[in-house]
Design a protein around this ligand. Sequence first.
Ligand SMILES: Nc1ncnc2c1ncn2[C@@H]1O[C@H](COP(=O)(O)OP(=O)(O)OP(=O)(O)O)[C@@H](O)[C@H]1O
Ligand SMILES: [Mg+2]
Length: 298
Amino acid sequence: MTTPAIEVRGLRKAFGAQTVIDGLDLTVSCGEVFALLGPNGAGKTTIINILTTLIKPDAGTATVGGFDVASAAMQVRRRISLTGQSAAVDDALSAVENVVMFARLAGLSSSASRRRAKELLESFGLTDAATRRVATFSGGMRRRLDLALSFVVTPEVLFLDEPTTGLDTLSRRDLWDIIRSLAAAGTTVFLTTQYLEEADQLADRIAVLHDGRVAALGTAAELKARVGGDTVELHDEHGGLLREIATDGSVPGLRRALDELDQQGAEGTVNLRRPTLDDVFLAVTASEKAPVLAKENA
Ligand SMILES: Nc1ncnc2c1ncn2[C@@H]1O[C@H](COP(=O)(O)OP(=O)(O)OP(=O)(O)O)[C@@H](O)[C@H]1O
Ligand SMILES: [Mg+2]
């Protein structure tokens, strides 16, 4: 069996009296895109901080690339890169200077650094702003530059903490494409998100974090099935909800729901609501004692 990219066993972390991570187990295979899904304060950043050696766990073990994050932190750091929730860019420098500096620190030659900076600024839509001081950037531009930095060298494992927060739809899609191409080239991606749609678009598997543990684990389809599929909604002209009919998301299922509305002579605007993180979350936390969705094959 090959070594998993990430292996977490019985991980615990408390801040004062507040236990944030409470016996977390998870295994991420090499080359997998794994999403950790959870609302504000669930402990996503704490887990990322432990896995990237920024903070130490109170108990349990975690390995990245086969190396223990506590006892072999340097080995882990050499194999990863991280984009956190707060930007690491230097305001006084231009975009291109930021990337070049980062590339030089990562050990690239001066000419290789400039080449890499040009490529990355292009991928992240910052070519026109390359020589502007970052202090003049919008929030979204800073975020894109921050993300570009974590792609300077291709790591074994890429950690992205809520990568698309603060990005517009177009930049979000561009980033998804970049992440997909990295994963296709063999990089393991561990990302956190509050959006089921994002996890759905990117992740091979999704873990739902609740009470400091993995409350459900599976593909997006499996998680949605647990919620019970899509809902057909009928709204009046003011947007008020008149009716909702649960469907399984299939064509015949949708047709049955619409036929039902038709037979009742229902009037209004119809739309299809897909399961949101809230729905998944409610379903998972409502059935606390139920077995988890899919057992890990550790
Ligand atoms: N250094 C710290 N000291 C004290 N409490 C902390 C510290 N870091 C995190 N916490 C607490 O731990 C809990 C989890 O925080 P964390 O930042 O991991 O959540 P998150 O899932 O990343 O949330 P968000 O979606 O808002 O980023 C929160 O209640 C937070 O207040
Ligand atoms: Mg966070």
